[in-house]
Write a protein that binds this ligand. Structure first.
Ligand code: HEC
Length: 258
């Protein structure tokens, strides 16, 4: 049994199909940008330095021995929720032993004004910051994202990303690359990267250098997304199939048709 090395090229697809593909790609591209912004906003700054670094990834997944969950949140994703001087007052209060009197007299009002609209006992997804005892829980030693959160995010990522890269792949099939193996690699890469990425979140908890695998697989996924995106758009609208390929393609189709 033989099979064709080429999928139908974009240039043989109806205009409406190319329009649909282009719309899907553009919205996915914007989605990808927002995902990048979110990753940056939720991870950067945890280590005290504003840029996104391996150390931030390590703190996010496996925790930090030098600071508490409250401190890494206040340096990182929560830093925009309050004024800088309030932030410093809370950090100082934690540093000085987080005693209850100081909490009641000056720290509590900051939490009330800035935090408890989201962090209250009615919201089961976030730690409540309404009372001293509850705040105490986020100033114990930081062990990073808990397993339940990781499991929740894992299943969302596995389903969501599979869906996205399946769509991308189906569109990308219509490009022409001289080397079939290269196309196979490009299509399969993001799926391998998803598995590597998610596995290394858990591994980072056990062995910190796996944070590099988190970053590497994220980069691989982004690269594959970019390659599929730009090659698809380019070949769909600006590219003319080489003459000899055009002929080979048609000959093989004609040979196979009954
Ligand atoms: C607009 C809603 C909102 C406000 C206001 C807010 N937070 Fe958060 N907070 C969140 C969300 C959503 C998360 C989880 C997302 C994340 O980890 O990036 C979070 C996460 C946290 C965490 C980490 C929780 C964990 O289990 O890892 C801490 C600590 C925290 N916030 C403290 C604060 C403090 C202190 C304030 C007030 C200065 C504050 N937050 C204000 C929405 C809010």
């Amino acid at each position: 049994m033989t099979h064709s090395r080429f999928s139908l090229h974009f240039s043989h697809l109806p205009l409406v199909q190319k329009t649909l593909y282009t719309c899907v790609l553009c919205v996915l591209g914007v989605g990808y940008l927002f995902a990048m912004i979110y990753v940056f906003a939720s991870h950067h700054g945890r280590d005290g330095d504003d840029a996104l670094s391996v150390q931030d990834i390590i703190i996010a997944y496996s925790g930090s021995s030098s600071g508490t969950k409250l401190e890494s949140a206040l340096r990182g994703p929560m830093s925009g929720m309050l004024a800088a001087d309030e932030n410093i007052r809370i950090i100082d209060w934690v540093g000085q032993g987080a005693n209850k009197e100081a909490f009641e007299s000056e720290i509590k009002t900051i939490f009330e004004n800035r935090c408890i609209t989201c962090h209250n006992s009615r919201n089961p997804h976030l730690p409540s910051l309404e009372s001293y005892d509850e705040v105490k829980l986020v100033i114990e030693e930081d062990h990073g994202m808990n397993l339940f959160t990781l499991v929740r995010v894992s299943h969302i990522h596995l389903f969501g990303l599979t869906f996205i890269f399946f769509l991308m792949g189906v569109i990308f099939l219509h490009t022409y690359l001289r080397k079939e193996w290269l196309k196979i690699v490009i299509v399969a890469t993001p799926f391998v990267a998803i598995i590597l990425d998610i596995a290394s979140w858990y591994m980072t908890k056990v062995y910190e250098p796996f944070a590099w695998v988190v970053i590497g697989s994220g980069a691989l996924m982004g690269l594959s997304f970019a390659v599929q995106f730009f090659l698809s758009i380019y070949q769909m609208w600006f590219y003319k199939l080489p003459q000899e390929v055009e002929q080979t393609f048609y000959c093989s189709v004609i040979e196979k048709s009954p």
